[in-house]
Design a protein around this ligand. Structure first.
Ligand code: ADP
Ligand code: ZN
Length: 736
């Protein structure tokens, strides 16, 4: 299914994208055809666009139900910055404010209305919905409807009424949780009819998965965070106390980190989230309570300092890294003693079924920690997705696939381990056998008489961790097998017995023990990696932060990191080139092009860099690159001719049917490329010029927004830009 050209042009004009991500096009088309849709995509898959784009294309407004009250404001801010009228109704607003929003909606003034699920049962909202029915209903985080999900919200059960009361309105349900049970529940509970089902791969190609032994973990953590300096990181811990201790330790090592857990005052929690979202604190040390309300696209590092309880949880938490598709890292610190710590809590569970369930889930997590095959394949396999690497050469993005294994002679140690398993009667898990091998005098060893066995202490020189790793390798080699169940024991297989009997030799391979060079972990997927100018990127980031502060919105609402990287690569010098950058839509072009181009042009001229042609496909919707170029030169020439004939900006605009802003833009471009071009007649009066110059000088960044604020409403952006341009030209002349 391909979308109509109007839809593609909305995609560019409002969201700034030239192409759809996988499945988006099919989903949008299905929604616009009036059908129900069920969308299962991992975090970062681009779900929001699946209802936001149809919302723009349809008459009336789209109702979005979301449990994430804390996120609504950011989502709405982001839509508004993209020129889409949106608002939300929830408990953070006063009655009067909510009322105002509903009034705007009924007057047809809104395209997208977010509501919290509990609102739907209030008489006021029912009345509103009945008098102004939506054109499309989107249910975000749809798994919240299912008791099988990890995040059941009783209020979601009320969503049934939407289908009953608005049988003709298409519904789109979206979630990043993929289990079969949950999927069935969503369809049943919401009463979806003949819903198109869209399930994308849950692979997150931009994430790298690494497991580190939990030894000297703190030092490693500092190094990891250091590698991601000035980038957002989340460190997950098991308990509230640990989050506080670890955050304090990091702080005393000069890393600004804040703790986050459910025991903190709501106001403190909110402040911490805000600081994180607004890039004022880069590291959050949290229990799993942190995350549900976080939609930060540029988290670059997620560390699990302690072992998670389930693979579902682990996948979900690591999923918060790299939503924007840029390379990001997920690191688990693994130790078996963490498993034992968790066992303690599992044993307290009274219900037999629930206890067994919890133990099985934990066992899978332990398996992940001890895995010696591709971690990505394991994670996806856990969710029923059979994943194969493209080149058959591993995923290229997990420590196992990236490590070059070292071979070693394992004959003797394998004989010792297998003998110990046999001598202890094949009735124990690895821990006990390891105790025996290392010569432990623990009570249990003595009680069982295992300190009397010939194998007691025969591998005393090995660490418990190394022996545990060897158990794993022997399991891979199918010399031992683990029995299923809550208390697995190791058995020696037929192959293992033959190995002992025949006195064969054995070579095994394991990852080298020394720390690997960093670059190994850097070499992740191709996704989004190209050689942009890092210094310029930082300058653009700084500009973005300033603009975001002035507008009181999170920085990513202005532009995503990926968009800034493209700018720092293509170095767009004019509006056309700037508009061709992915992530720059018409509204953002109009609002931000000048300031960003200003920084880029300045930076490029200092270093003698010139604009790079953006890839051809970006231009295809607007004509070929060459045509584009010649037509824009023709348009500059036309403006120039009229200007030199003495026409004013307004006259030129009128004559040429373009906006005065565009005329200013043309004049600027001409002035930049031609040092002899005289701007004289459009320059502000001398005293105004002087005031603007003073304001520009007193804010050394030369940014427009703060300058405009200092000068007040009496001065226009155009005037400030002209004066800034004139200053730059004077400066260049003086230099020359
Ligand atoms: P999800 O809700 O599935 O986690 P989002 O809707 O937040 O994902 O989108 C993830 C990221 O992908 C956002 O940064 C978004 O701007 C970007 N994105 C969405 N659609 C496209 C597209 N067609 N082209 C490029 N980037 C896109
Ligand atoms: Zn792998």
């Amino acid at each position: 299914m391909t979308a109509a050209p109007e839809i593609l042009s909305l995609l560019k004009s409002h969201f700034g994208f030239d192409r759809f991500l996988p499945l988006q096009e099919e989903i949008v088309t299905n929604v616009l055809a009036g059908n129900d849709s069920l969308v299962l995509m991992p975090t970062g898959g681009g779900k929001s666009l699946c209802y936001q784009l149809p919302a723009l294309a349809m008459d009336g407004y789209t109702l979005v139900v979301s449990p994430l009250i804390a996120l609504m404001k950011d989502q709405v801010d982001a839509l508004r910055v993209s020129g889409i009228s949106a608002a939300f109704v929830n408990s953070t607003l006063s009655n009067q404010e909510n009322e105002g929003v509903l009034r705007r909606a009924s007057e047809g003034d809104l395209k997208i209305l977010y509501v919290a699920p509990e609102r739907l049962t209030t008489p006021r909202l029912r009345h509103f919905l009945n008098s102004s029915p939506p054109s499309l209903i989107a249910i975000d985080e749809a798994h919240c409807i299912s008791e099988w999900g990890h995040d059941f919200r009783p209020d979601y059960r009320n969503l049934k009424i939407l289908r009953i009361e608005f049988p003709g309105v298409p519904v789109i349900a979206l979630t990043a949780t993929a289990t079969e049970e949950v999927r069935r529940d969503i369809v049943g509970q919401l009463g979806l009819q003949d819903a198109g089902s869209y399930i994308s791969s849950f692979n997150r190609p931009n994430l790298t998965y690494t497991v580190k032994p939990k030894q000297q973990a703190f030092g490693l953590l500092i190094e990891l965070i250091g590698r991601h300096e000035n980038q957002s990181a989340i460190v997950y811990c098991f308990s509230r106390k640990e989050t506080e201790n670890l955050a304090a330790d990091l702080s005393s090592n000069g890393i600004a980190a804040l703790p986050y857990h459910a025991g903190l005052e709501p106001s403190v929690r909110r402040a911490t989230q805000d600081r994180f979202i607004r890039d004022e604190t880069s590291v959050i040390v949290a229990t799993i309570a942190f995350g549900m309300g976080i939609d930060k696209p540029d988290v670059r590092l997620v560390v699990h300092y302690d072992l998670p309880k389930t693979v579902e949880g682990y996948y979900q938490e690591t999923g918060r890294a790299g939503r924007d598709g840029q390379p990001s890292e997920c690191v688990l610190f693994y130790s078996f003693s963490d498993k034992i710590k968790q066992d303690f809590f599992i044993r307290q569970i009274e219900d037999n079924d629930k206890r067994r369930h919890a133990a099985e889930k934990l066992a899978k997590m332990v398996e992940y920690g001890e895995l010696r095959t591709c971690r990505r394949r394991f994670l996806l396999g856990y969710f029923g997705e059979e994943w194969k690497s493209q080149n058959g050469d591993g995923c290229g993005g997990c420590d196992v696939c990236l490590a070059v294994n070292e071979e070693f002679d394992a004959t003797e140690i394998a004989q010792k381990i297998l003998s110990a398993v046999l001598r202890t009667g094949e009735r124990f898990g690895a821990s006990h056998v390891i105790d025996v091998l290392r010569g432990s005098k623990a009570k249990r060893v003595r009680e069982l008489g295992h300190d009397q066995l010939s194998v007691h202490g025969i591998a005393a020189e090995k660490s418990a961790d190394e022996l545990r790793q060897l158990f794993g390798l022997l399991q891979d080699a199918k010399f031992v097998a683990k029995s299923p169940g809550e208390y697995p024991v190791f058995l020696v297989t037929r192959a293992g017995r033959e190995f002992l009997r025949n006195r064969d030799s054995l070579t095994l391979a394991r990852p080298p023990r020394a720390e690997e060079p960093r670059s190994r972990y850097r070499a992740t997927s191709e996704n989004g990696v190209f050689e942009y100018d890092h210094e310029l990127f930082e300058q653009l980031r700084a500009l973005r932060t300033r603009i975001a502060k002035v507008r009181d919105v999170p920085a990513f609402v202005i532009f995503a990191d990926a968009t800034l990287r493209e700018m720092a690569y293509y170095l767009p010098h004019d509006g056309d080139a700037f508009g061709a950058i992915s992530g720059v839509g018409a509204t953002k072009l109009q609002q931000f092009a000048d300031e960003f181009i200003g920084v880029i042009v300045k930076y490029s001229s200092q270093r003698n860099l010139s604009q790079r042609d953006s890839p051809g496909h970006r231009r295809t919707s607007r004509g070929s690159p060459s045509r584009n170029r010649s037509s824009s030169n023709a348009t500059l020439d036309a403006t120039r001719r009229l200007f030199s004939e003495g026409c004013s900006v307004d006259e030129i605009a009128h004559e040429r049917s373009i906006s005065p802003r565009t005329v200013f833009g043309h004049l600027e471009r001409i002035a930049r490329s031609d040092p002899g071009f005289d701007l004289g007649s459009v320059m502000p009066s001398p005293d105004r010029t002087e005031a603007i110059e003073a304001a520009l000088r007193s804010n050394e960044s030369g940014f427009l927004t703060p300058t405009k604020e200092a000068l007040g409403d009496d001065y226009s952006y155009e005037e400030i830009r002209l004066v800034r341009l004139q200053m730059e030209r004077d400066f260049e002349k003086a230099e020359a």
